[in-house]
Design a protein around this ligand. Structure first.
Ligand code: DC
Length: 222
């Protein structure tokens, strides 16, 4: 249970949730937002929306000017998770995510989102390290590559997308490497983030752990 409604505090409450693909961070972030009465932004969708805009207009994924223009114009309150969740868009998003100008535009917009109303939960790769370094609570959610590949394969199959475990695992490893090794805001655990390894946990268990961390931090006990 939440200690107090987030709206009761004068300053917006910001919760940063980072981690690699298919770690469970998105589901946890969405549920934490509902639990604490906060808005939620899946920042991966913001990169995906930029990538989709370039793909739709036939622009080159290396065209930094076109990508920055798209980053300025996407609507953060109308990101279509369903339409943006394809494998091709995820792959393109990982490629445009290396562009520093795109990252700067999106980070500024993500920061503005986090400070509105009673606050927000943002999930992504660099929220605790770059976007919201002063977030009240930071979680770094991870799971073993094999467990993440199992989850992602099941998700894709459920959506009717062709998926084999081996291909998904190889793809996740490639994406992890690209996200962790890029020069601009690589995937990393902030020094003051709380590590939540969800390997072997079902979503309910992981959610209870995450709520516990948030409550301990807010009560000044962590
Ligand atoms: O979480 P996702 O699969 O929807 O993210 C798509 C890509 O966007 C991912 O490969 C890396 C990038 N990304 C990022 O660089 N920084 C973020 N805060 C979120 C996503």
């Amino acid at each position: 249970m939440a200690t107090e409604p987030a709206g009761a505090s004068a300053t917006p409450l910001a919760i940063a949730v980072d981690g690699p693909a298919a770690s469970g961070k998105g589901t946890l972030a969405r549920r934490l937002a509902a639990e604490f009465g906060l808005s939620h932004l899946d920042t991966g969708l913001t990169f995906r929306a930029v990538a989709a805009a370039l793909l739709n207009s036939g622009s080159d994924l290396e065209d930094a000017d076109a990508a920055e223009t798209a980053a300025r114009s996407i609507d953060l309150d109308a990101l279509d998770r369903q339409a943006l969740s394809t494998h091709a868009i995820g792959e393109a998003a990982s490629r445009i995510a290396v562009l520093p100008g795109v990252r700067a535009v999106l980070a500024a917009r993500q920061r503005t989102f986090a400070t509105q109303g009673s606050g927000a939960v943002l999930d992504g790769r660099d929220i605790g390290t770059v976007v919201l370094p002063d977030a009240a609570v930071k979680l770094y959610v991870t799971a073993s590559p094999s467990e993440r590949a199992r989850r992602r394969t099941a998700e894709m199959s459920a959506r009717g997308e062709p998926a084999t475990y081996d291909a998904v695992l190889a793809d996740l490893r490639r994406r992890d490497t690209r996200d962790a090794e890029r020069a601009a805001a690589p995937l990393a655990k902030a020094a003051d983030a709380h590590l939540l390894d969800t390997t072997g946990m079902d979503i309910e268990t992981a959610f209870r752990e995450a709520v516990g961390i948030v409550e301990r931090v807010r009560a000044g006990r962590a």
